[in-house]
Design a protein around this ligand. Structure first.
Ligand code: SF4
Length: 364
């Protein structure tokens, strides 16, 4: 039986849906939280018939898993049994509006040892544009709660390039985040995903992207975080040495993973699927035992190698590049990739165009 070492669990509830978000989320509904937890555990038992699930990493994401009640979180994590305690990295995504000291303490006692805090910004105007319900004070308070509960590995997630945000205000946000001394920082450039209100506002011309500014923010962020001792181990991810997220690295290394929950993607043994992004169907599956799948794909070795190139080039560990010598030579000539110690990695110029570079390795 295939052994699954990486487990993702999707909790689709959010107190309010942010206007830039493209994940499958629905407004939080207390009456459905208990049934969701039972359905997640039922899906786990179902998947266990085909694979041995012995995770080194668990990622409880969403959505806003920290918005589940303390009782529901205890039932969910308790239901993972020995798998929770056996994971070397067990992350929960935390929204600054949803964490009490009691909940944080319970999470630690159940084996959760890493928190990813969705701060997004310390600028009040940017937070309002992003539709977030918290202010900077709440971020600091939640960070303190996590530390107080014994979390020794905390990531802070930030977004730059928010419409209307002055450049200086982003550097201040970065300073504020560094002032918390997190072990991990993610700094994402805002993306305008289709079917979101943000996409519509950009398309309507209400906002205009400033590419020169986006480049300055990207390169400046990298320089500042590196100067502060954070290793840029992926395009948008930075960690103090030893605190790189093993779960995320598993995706970028092309490892197998199981995703539980509505809209969660899994890749196991060359088969990839997405569980239907529909909470009603998902809850019904707990009774019927028929887990609705969509976007089923079969990956042959060529496709998997191509994916490892696309993602691996974005990471600091890089790729060996075997079989793609021609493409890589072209990238080196353009100044977008470099070879050192037998590994290929994108240069700063290449990182700026990481998506376009990745597309070169797509199967034609
Ligand atoms: S809190 Fe996160 S997952 Fe929820 S709607 Fe906002 S961006 Fe999406």
């Amino acid at each position: 039986m295939k052994v699954i070492e990486h487990l993702y669990i999707h909790v689709p509830f959010c107190p309010r849906v942010c206007p830039y978000c493209a994940f499958y989320v629905v407004p939080a509904d207390r009456r459905k939280s208990g049934p969701l937890v039972e359905a997640l555990l039922a899906e786990l038992r179902f998947r266990e018939r085909a694979s041995e699930i012995r995770p080194r990493t668990i990622y409880l994401g969403g959505g806003t898993p920290s918005a589940l009640s303390t009782g529901d979180l205890a039932r969910l994590i308790g239901g993972l049994g020995d798998r929770a305690g056996g994971a070397v990295e067990f992350t929960i995504e935390v929204n600054p509006t949803t964490l009490s000291p009691e909940k944080a303490g319970l999470l630690r006692s159940l084996g959760v040892n890493r928190a990813s805090l969705g701060a997004q910004s310390f600028d009040v105007g940017a937070l309002a544009t992003l539709g977030r319900q918290h202010g900077p004070e709440r971020i600091r308070r939640t960070f303190e709660i996590l530390r107080g509960a014994g979390f020794g590995n905390i990531g802070v997630d930030l977004i730059h390039g928010v419409p209307g945000q002055a450049e200086d205000s982003w550097w201040e946000t970065l300073d504020e985040a560094l002032g918390l001394h997190p072990e991990h920082l993610s700094a994402y450039g805002l993306t305008y995903e289709e079917d979101t209100p943000f996409f519509d506002r950009l398309a309507a011309g209400e906002w205009v992207r400033d590419e020169a500014l986006e480049i300055r923010l990207f390169l400046g962020t990298r320089r500042i975080l590196e100067g502060a001792g954070y290793v840029p181990y992926e395009v948008s991810n930075f960690a103090l040495p030893g605190f790189e997220s093993e779960h995320n690295l598993a995706y970028w290394r092309g490892r197998d993973y199981l995703g539980l929950g509505p809209s969660a993607v899994s890749t196991i043994g060359g088969r990839r699927w997405r569980t239907a992004a529909d909470l009603g169907q998902y809850l019904a599956a707990a009774d019927s035992g028929e887990w609705p799948e969509e976007e089923v794909e079969y990956l042959d070795e060529d496709l998997r190698r191509r994916e490892r190139m696309m993602f691996g080039l974005r990471t600091r560990e890089g790729v060996d590049g075997a079989g793609f010598e021609e493409e890589l030579a072209g990238l080196r000539e353009a100044g977008y990739a470099d070879l050192s110690g037998g590994r290929w990695r994108l240069t700063a110029e290449g990182l700026l165009r990481a998506d376009a570079v990745g597309a070169l390795f797509a199967r034609g």
